[in-house]
Design a protein around this ligand. Structure first.
Ligand SMILES: [Zn+2]
Length: 89
C-alpha cells in the first residue's frame, strides 16, 4: 500500500434526524479520541510496512523537480531534506 486516506468523523449532525444538538464539547471529545486512534493506526501501519518495499511511487519526485539543483537555496535544502534530499544532491 503506497497511499492511504484516514478520515474520522467528529459528529453526525448532517443527514441524521436526532433530538440531540451537536455541541462543541462533543465534537472536541470525538476529535481528541480520533487523534488517539489516528496515532495508533500510524504506529500499527509503520510496523507493518516492509522497509525494503519499493515501487514507482517511491521515486515519483525524481523527475518532478524542475528547479536547477544549484538554484535551490540551502535553507530549502535543509527544510526538504527528508522528502527530496536524495534528489537535490
Ligand atoms: Zn507505490
Amino acid at each position: 500500500m503506497c497511499y492511504a486516506v484516514m478520515a474520522h468523523v467528529t459528529d453526525r449532525d448532517v443527514g441524521h434526524a436526532t433530538d440531540e444538538a451537536v455541541t462543541v464539547t462533543a465534537v472536541v471529545t470525538n476529535l481528541l479520541a480520533n487523534v488517539q486512534l489516528a496515532k495508533q493506526a500510524i504506529v500499527n501501519l509503520a510496523s507493518a510496512v516492509p522497509m525494503e518495499a519499493d515501487c514507482a511511487c517511491h521515486h515519483a519526485l525524481q523527475e518532478a523537480i524542475i528547479t536547477q539543483r544549484d538554484a535551490v537555496p540551502e535553507r530549502a535544502r535543509k527544510e526538504l531534506e527528508l522528502l527530496v534530499g536524495k534528489y537535490l544532491a
